[in-house]
Design a protein around this ligand. Structure first.
Ligand code: HEC
Ligand code: HEC
Length: 247
């Protein structure tokens, strides 16, 4: 029995091997190989590109044009896809857009699919500042991808109990100055996927306090939180709509 078990474990280990090798190879010196929260890890690294992009003043109209190279995935208005394959960027803070794109460009955040489109050849730092201005100001009336809707109250309790609201805000509005993303009205499947990547530490860039909080959540609790967040109104709509969650 024991020998059988050992053989089975060996087969599983061998099956996993190529994937772990691929992950190791795709990492870069910046990608904190020792893991989130390890010595020397800084979630908010000021990469040279990020410093330069933040110095530039962004023009939303020029940004609409520069967004050309991104539309294939993120769609014309930055709405992404309701199935969550591509996130909604519309209404995200400009500071967050700049951090995420420059983190992806430098390999700090792992995103091999988008990396060529975020490279210095594909988009200049002025274009990036313009795109960030465009996306943060753009509005959409489209419905985002939502969760099943039966876990909203539970999700709200978990979100508050675990201190997610301390950074992402009561309404999921994030914080532009502190570079905390808007999480309200994001596509459900994208939220869930990111929470899993953050918990595992494979996303690359994450605030260590968030990773610690995320590790407290079971898969079912993560679904409930994603359900809740996906059903919060677009944070800029809170003045016109009743505050709280649309059910
Ligand atoms: C080939 C498809 C593709 C293209 C083209 C692309 N992206 Fe992305 N982008 C993605 C995917 C996939 C993700 C989410 C990855 C993940 O799951 O972590 C993403 C994530 C992002 C994020 C992070 C969003 C968040 O909420 O953290 C930003 C910002 C972004 N893209 C901006 C851009 C910009 C600007 C361009 C054009 C210069 C662009 N993308 C082009 C596929 C693409
Ligand atoms: C200490 C502040 C902090 C706390 C607490 C926190 N987060 Fe975050 N969160 C961040 C930051 C910062 C990012 C962006 C990652 C980066 O740039 O390093 C982020 C990213 C995310 C994302 C991905 C958003 C996107 O657009 O890609 C999700 C989803 C998320 N957080 C959910 C949560 C949940 C759920 C909790 C509670 C369990 C939580 N966060 C707790 C700061 C925090």
């Amino acid at each position: 029995m024991r020998a059988l078990l050992n053989t089975a474990l060996m087969i599983i280990a061998l099956a996993l091997l190529p994937a772990s090798v691929a992950i190791a190879e795709s990492g870069t010196a910046d990608a904190s190989p020792k893991g989130i929260g390890s010595e020397g890890y800084t979630w908010n690294k000021m990469t040279p590109d990020r410093v330069e992009a933040l110095k530039k003043s962004g023009d939303a109209e020029r940004g609409r044009d520069a967004f050309r190279g991104c539309r294939g995935c993120h769609k014309l208005d930055g709405f992404g896809r309701v199935d969550g394959l591509y996130p909604k960027l519309t209404g995200q803070h400009a500071s967050v857009i700049i951090k995420q794109v420059t983190d992806i460009r430098s390999g700090v955040r792992s995103n091999p699919k988008m990396e060529p489109f975020a490279s210095a050849d594909a988009v200049s730092l002025q274009e990036l500042a313009d795109i960030a201005a465009f996306l943060s100001k753009e509005t959409t009336i489209k419905e985002n991808g939502k969760g099943p809707g039966d876990q909203v109250r539970l999700g709200e309790t978990i979100y508050t109990k675990n201190g997610c609201n301390k950074c992402h805000g009561k309404q999921g509005e994030g914080n532009k100055e502190r570079v905390y993303p808007v999480v309200a009205a994001q596509h459900y499947s994208y939220l869930l996927r990111e929470m899993e990547l953050i918990k595992l530490g494979t996303r690359g860039n994450s605030h260590p306090d968030m990773v610690a909080a995320m590790r407290n959540l079971s898969p079912l609790e993560m679904e409930a939180v994603a359900d809740y967040l996906s059903r919060l109104p677009d944070y800029r709509d809170t003045g016109t709509k009743k505050a709280g969650c649309a059910q």
